[in-house]
Ligand binder design. Structure first.
Ligand code: CP
Length: 300
């Protein structure tokens, strides 16, 4: 694998290999020397906690040098372009550059300018392939690789989320049935996802789901301006304790974070034993370790 730009870059074989390696890493203390002498750079042009820090931890745990670039405190404030910025990071000897950018397609464009492996750490509302990877690994730990018959509901700001597309691609590849749930203004065009079910009625669908993935309302993209009111959204789509109790007892409750407590999920549900939020964060480090290894292995 030269780059990871989109969730569709993963084959089912890639997933099996990455899940096996992430499992090994979990069992062996999540450290190694596979990236000794390599340099991993995180270049984030947009805010992040989980993605950035988990890539940095993953690189360090495998013995790599780690460079952390933050646009907000960089020479971009003096007028340096995106191209000159990433070529500077490349010239410093980066083997892997993890990019987050609000423009769709920015990581792909950057592959034309640098020698390093490029990983998409989230491009606008488009894709976030390592989020899809860690979400699927979390379900894999509970249910295995064959998800035929598994029913996943993706709930909330489906249109603007960069989590919904990777989830749809990766869970459908594993055999799951995906239902997209939310208010009409936050739903994508059904023609773009012909194999998904669509619903505006969360209460009707939730007793039939094996997992719900709750999405944050992306206020930074103006999503809240497109719904009648936040209180109306909460009354119809927030995963309250009452709604969580209507899910099948072993259903997984997922959220990629950051969570807006009291909006897409009640605080008690966030903190409940059924929530996989912290597992997803832990698995983010493991799966990103496995991915970094896979990228640098392709050099030899
Ligand atoms: N889930 C996720 O991408 O979180 P961050 O924005 O904190 O990286």
């Amino acid at each position: 694998m030269q780059h990871l730009l989109a969730t569709t870059d993963f084959s089912r074989e890639d997933l099996q290999q990455l899940f096996d390696r992430a499992t090994q890493l979990a069992e062996s203390g999540a450290s190694g020397t596979e990236l000794a002498g390599r340099t991993v750079t995180t270049a984030f042009f947009e805010d992040s906690t989980r993605t950035r820090l988990s890539f940095e931890l993953a690189a360090q745990r495998l013995g790599a040098h780690m460079v952390s670039f933050t646009a907000a405190t960089s020479s971009m404030n003096k007028g340096e372009s995106l191209r000159d910025t990433v070529q500077t990071l490349d010239a410093m000897g980066s083997d892997v550059i993890v990019i987050r950018h609000r423009s769709v397609g920015a990581p792909k464009l950057i592959t034309k300018w640098v020698q390093a492996h490029v990983v998409n750490g989230g491009d606008g509302p488009h894709d976030h392939p390592t989020q899809g990877l860690l979400n699927a690994f979390t379900v894999y730990q509970h249910r295995g690789l064959d998800l035929n018959g598994f029913r996943l509901g993706i709930v909330g700001d489906v249109h603007n989320s960069r989590v919904s597309r990777p989830d749809i691609a990766i869970f459908q590849m594993l055999g799951a049935k995906v239902t997209l749930i939310g208010p009409p203004a936050l739903m994508p065009n059904p023609e773009a996802f012909p194999d998904c079910d669509f619903s505006n009625d969360f209460d009707d669908v939730l007793p039939k789901l094996d997992a719900v993935h709750m999405l944050r309302i992306r206020r930074e993209w103006g999503s809240d301006a497109n719904i009648p009111s936040m209180s109306d959204f909460i009354s119809r789509y927030s995963l309250t304790e009452e709604r969580a109790n209507k899910l099948p007892p072993d259903a997984l409750i997922m959220h990629a974070g950051p969570v807006n407590r009291g909006i897409e999920m009640g605080a008690a549900v966030v903190d409940s034993d059924r929530s996989t939020i912290r597992e997803q964060v832990r698995n983010g480090v493991l799966t990103r370790m496995a991915l970094l290894e896979k990228l640098v292995q392709s050099d030899s």
